[in-house]
Design a protein around this ligand. Structure first.
Ligand code: ATP
Ligand code: MG
Length: 571
C-alpha cells in the first residue's frame, strides 16, 4: 500500500518536473517572441501616426501660407490704389474664400479703413495690440485671437504690413479665420475609430475641435494633465482626461507656438497586440496540455517499469526466505529422519516377523498387526520424504528430456485420471531442448504437482500440461494446470512451506511441494503457483483452478549437440 502511494507520488512528481522543465523555457520563449512582436506592432503604429501628423502639419502650413499670400495680394492692391482700400477686391476675396470671417485694412493710426464680415471687429486701442504692432513695424504676424462669438473660441489672426513703393508702411492688412476651417482640412483617416487630430497652443488650449464629446475647441486642458502632457508616461503615451491611456504624436507647427497632435486610444492601437497575446497564451496553454499528456504517459510507463521491478524484487525476496526456511528445515529434518529411519526399519522388520509367527499361532491378531505394519510403512514413507527433502547430492547436473519424463508420467496417470473423470491435454513443444536436471528428481517433482492437481479435481476436470522453450532467456517452461478447486489467495504463499497441508490428517504430509520447490531451486530453476478460487463475490460458474509454472535452465545449442552426439555414441 505504502509502495503504491509512493509510486503514485513519484508519478505526480514526474509530471510536475516534466511540465516545469518544458513549460518554463516555453513560456519564456513565448514572452520574448510576444514582446518582440508587440514592439514591432507598436513601432509600426507609431510610425503610421507620425506620418499622418507630418502630412497634416504640411497641409496646415500650406493653408497658412496661402492665407498670407492672400493678404500680401490685398496689401499689393492697396498700394496700387495709392494707399486706398480696393473694396471690390476685398469683397471678392471674402466671397471667394468663404473661410474668412473678416478681412480688413487699418491705417497706421489703427483706424479701420475698410472691412468685410459682420459685426464689430475690434475694441479700441488697436495700435497697442501685438499683431498690429508687429505688422506696423513691417513684420507679418500670425497668431490666435479670442473669438468674439463665444469667449471660449479662438480664431486665427493674420496680419501683414501695407507698404508704399518707397518702403513706408501705411497700415496693416489683416484677416481672421475660424480655427475650425483648419480643422476641416485636417484628416484623421487611417488612425482608427478613436483617432484624433487637433491643434493645441502652448498653454494647453484646444484651438481646433476634437471629435470627442462635441469637440473641445477653446477648452483649456486640465492644468495637471497639461503639466505632464509633454512628459511621456511611456514612449508617446499619456493618460487623458477620461483616464484612458492614449498613444499620441505631436509636432510643433513652424513659426508658431502651436502643436499639431495626432492621437489614438491605446486599447485600439494595441488591439492587434492583445489578439497576438491571446493567441500566444492559447498556444502556450495548448502546448502545456500536450506536455502534460506526454508527461502522464511517460510517467505511467516509468512507474509501470518500477512496479514490475519491485514485484520481481519481492518475488526474489520470497524465494530467499523460502530458501532459508528450507535450509533450516533441511538440517532439522535430516537429523530427525536419520534418527527415525533405523528404529522404524527395525520396527517394520519385527512386525513382519511377528505377523509370520502369528499367522499360524495367533490369527486373530493378524489384522491388527497388518494395521501396525501399514502405519509403520506410512511413517517410513514420511521419513523417506524428509530425507529426500534434505538430500543435497541428487541434483548433480545431468541432462533430461522434459517431454519424455512428462510423457511417461502422464501415460501412467492416464488410467487413474480417466477413472476420476479427468481429461489430460498435452501441449508439448516439439524441439524442446534438454534441461539441466536429474530425470528421477524431475519425475518426482512433476508427480507431486500432478498428484495435487488430481486431488484438487474430485469432481473431474481437465489437466493441461504444456512445455515451451524461451530461447532468449535460455529457459524451458513447464505449465501444469488444473481446473480444480483452486487455492485461496491468502494460502497461496504457504503452499511451498514444509508441512503445509489442507488435506485431512493421515492423507497429506505437506511435504510434496516443499520438496519439489527445493529440488527445482537446486537445479537452478524456479517454481511458481497462480490460482483462481471461488469467493463470495465470484459468479456461480466462474472457472477455478491452479497453474504451477516450472522454469528450468535449458542447455544452449552447443552443449545440446554435444550431449546428443554422446547419446548416439553410447547407444
Ligand atoms: N493443484 C492444487 N489445487 C489446490 N490446492 C493445492 C494444489 N496443489 C497444492 N495444493 C495445496 O497445497 C497444499 C500443499 O501441497 P503439498 O503437495 O505440499 O502437500 P499435500 O499434497 O497436502 O501432501 P503430500 O503431497 O505430502 O501428500 C495442499 O494440501 C493443498 O492445500
Ligand atoms: Mg501433494
Amino acid at each position: 500500500m505504502q509502495q503504491k502511494m509512493s509510486l503514485e507520488k513519484l508519478r505526480v512528481n514526474l509530471i510536475i518536473i516534466l511540465i516545469l522543465i518544458s513549460s518554463v523555457p516555453l513560456v519564456l520563449f513565448a514572452i520574448v517572441v510576444y514582446r518582440k512582436e508587440a514592439d514591432l506592432v507598436r513601432k509600426k503604429v507609431l510610425s503610421h501616426l507620425k506620418s499622418i501628423v507630418a502630412q497634416n502639419s504640411l497641409m496646415v502650413d500650406e493653408f497658412r501660407l496661402e492665407r498670407m499670400r492672400d493678404l500680401s495680394l490685398l496689401a499689393a492692391t492697396i498700394e496700387a490704389h495709392g494707399g486706398e482700400c480696393d473694396r471690390i477686391h476685398l469683397k471678392l476675396m471674402h466671397k471667394d474664400r468663404t473661410i474668412y470671417k473678416h478681412i480688413f485694412f487699418a491705417d497706421k493710426e489703427g483706424r479701420i479703413r475698410c472691412k468685410t464680415g459682420k459685426g464689430h471687429l475690434f475694441e479700441r486701442g488697436l495700435v497697442n495690440q501685438a499683431w498690429f504692432k508687429a505688422a506696423a513695424k513691417g513684420k507679418p504676424f500670425m497668431g490666435e485671437l479670442t473669438s468674439r462669438e463665444g469667449k471660449d473660441r479662438y480664431d486665427l489672426l493674420l496680419s501683414v504690413p501695407v507698404r508704399m513703393a518707397n518702403g513706408t508702411t501705411i497700415g496693416v492688412a489683416g484677416a481672421i479665420v475660424d480655427f475650425d476651417n483648419i480643422a476641416s482640412i485636417m484628416k484623421n483617416t487611417g488612425i482608427g475609430q478613436t483617432g484624433e487630430i487637433y491643434i493645441l497652443n502652448k498653454d494647453g488650449v484646444f484651438l481646433t475641435s476634437t471629435q470627442v464629446e462635441e469637440g473641445r475647441s477653446g477648452e483649456r486642458m486640465e492644468p495637471e494633465l497639461f503639466a505632464g502632457y509633454f512628459k511621456e508616461v511611456g514612449p508617446n503615451e499619456y493618460i487623458d482626461y477620461r483616464g484612458k491611456k492614449v498613444v499620441r504624436v505631436f509636432k510643433k507647427l513652424s513659426d508658431s507656438n502651436w502643436y499639431l497632435v495626432g492621437e489614438q486610444d491605446a486599447t485600439e492601437v494595441f488591439k492587434d497586440v492583445a489578439n497576438l497575446r491571446n493567441l500566444f497564451a492559447g498556444f502556450v496553454v495548448l502546448l502545456i496540455a500536450l506536455i502534460t499528456l506526454i508527461g502522464y504517459l511517460i510517467s505511467r510507463k516509468i512507474v509501470h517499469l518500477l512496479k514490475s521491478a519491485y514485484e520481481q524484487k519481492k518475488e526474489l525476496e520470497i524465494q530467499v526466505i523460502q530458501k532459508d526456511k528450507l535450509a533450516s528445515m533441511g538440517l532439522l529434518t535430516a537429523g530427525i529422519a536419520h534418527e527415525l529411519n533405523t528404529p522404524l526399519a527395525s520396527a517394520l522388520l519385527y512386525t513382519q516377523m511377528l505377523k509370520e509367527d502369528a499367522r499360524s499361532t495367533w490369527p486373530v491378531a493378524l489384522e491388527k498387526l497388518s494395521s501396525i505394519e501399514g502405519e509403520i510403512k506410512r511413517g517410513s514413507k514420511i521419513v523417506k520424504n524428509l530425507l529426500d527433502f534434505s538430500r543435497q547430492s541428487q541434483t548433480d547436473t545431468v541432462t533430461t528430456d522434459v517431454n519424455e519424463v512428462l510423457g511417461k508420467l502422464l501415460d501412467i496417470s492416464e488410467q487413474l485420471c480417466s477413472d476420476r473423470g479427468i481429461e489430460i491435454k498435452r501441449t508439448f513443444e516439439k524441439k524442446l531442448p534438454l534441461v539441466k536436471g536429474n530425470a528421477n528428481i524431475l519425475h518426482q517433482v512433476f508427480m507431486n504437482i500432478v498428484a495435487n492437481a488430481v486431488d484438487a479435481m474430485e469432481k473431474g476436470g481437465t489437466l493441461s500440461v504444456l512445455t515451451r522453450h524461451i530461447a532468449s532467456l535460455h529457459k524451458t517452461v513447464i505449465e501444469i494446470q488444473d481446473t480444480g478447486t483452486g487455492i485461496p489467495e491468502e494460502l497461496l504463499g504457504d503452499v511451498f512451506d514444509p508441512f503445509f497441508t489442507t488435506k485431512p490428517s493421515g492423507e497429506g504430509t505437506g511435504l510434496g511441494l516443499a520438496i519439489s520447490y527445493s529440488m527445482v531451486r537446486k537445479m537452478g530453476g524456479n517454481i511458481r503457483a497462480t490460482s483462481t478460487c471461488a469467493t463470495e463475490n465470484s459468479y456461480p460458474y466462474q472457472p477455478t483452478g491452479t497453474t504451477f509454472t516450472i522454469e528450468l535452465p535449458a542447455l544452449d545449442d552447443d552443449t545440446q549437440s554435444t550431449v546428443k552426439e554422446r547419446m548416439v555414441k553410447t547407444q
